[in-house]
Design a protein around this ligand. Sequence first.
Ligand code: AP5
Ligand code: ZN
Length: 215
Amino acid sequence: MRIVLVGPPGAGKGTQAQFIASHLSIPKISTGDIFRANVSGGTELGRKAKQYMDRGDLVPDEVTIAMVRDRLAEKDAREGFLLDGFPRNVPQAETLKKILAEWDQRLDLVLELVVDEDEVVRRLSGRRTCGQCGKIWHVDFDDKQDDICDDCGGALFQRDDDKEEVVRHRLEVYQEQTAPLVSFYADEEILRGIDATGPVEEVTERALAVVRQFD
Ligand code: AP5
Ligand code: ZN
């Protein structure tokens, strides 16, 4: 299956992506994760992306699209994938459609995670990520008393772009550039929205119920 997850910053895309992708045995491709790995690895791509990420702006399309095209061409993505954080604007969506068409592929489902803005701010301000295994935690919802990952023992860190003023800007960027994707994919008749509030496992169940209809 070929799935795109869309939703505002902090909606829970990364959290749900790990469960959905492992349930379907398809690779999870997160553009945010790939950029962050390049930033911490000090690569050329990371240097290009960092200035935009720090401000909460989108990395230029030519950089992002080339990176995604290369990743989708890898063997493990041939039979299916779950994209988290891409496409992020209509030009990226149009290019993705063309790339997949060249390979006789198309998207099966675009799953929108619907959450209001207050909840998103609450989620992002308490988010911590494991530097070792990548698992996403929340200080309140997961009742974290220390900065150690319960799964692997790695150290947790807070993302630089989760500072309040950057979060506010990311939300504006979402409304201006990413929200129009919802009507783009509604026109293609592959969009389904789910309520992404409530416990993580309940959101996963709602997501999988939709996935089953499209599988
Ligand atoms: P990216 O990493 O994609 O960030 P984002 O879209 O802003 O999304 P987040 O990762 O902040 O949130 P999420 O929805 O994954 O939520 P999470 O699961 O972590 O992008 C970062 C930057 O990279 C961009 O700003 C841009 O610069 C660049 N970039 C990336 N893709 C790009 C593209 N295509 N084009 C151009 N630039 C691009 O959850 C958040 C918190 O809530 C966690 O603490 C989690 O534990 C908690 N939580 C999750 N679900 C629940 C629940 N049900 N109940 C309670 N808490 C929950
Ligand atoms: Zn870990």
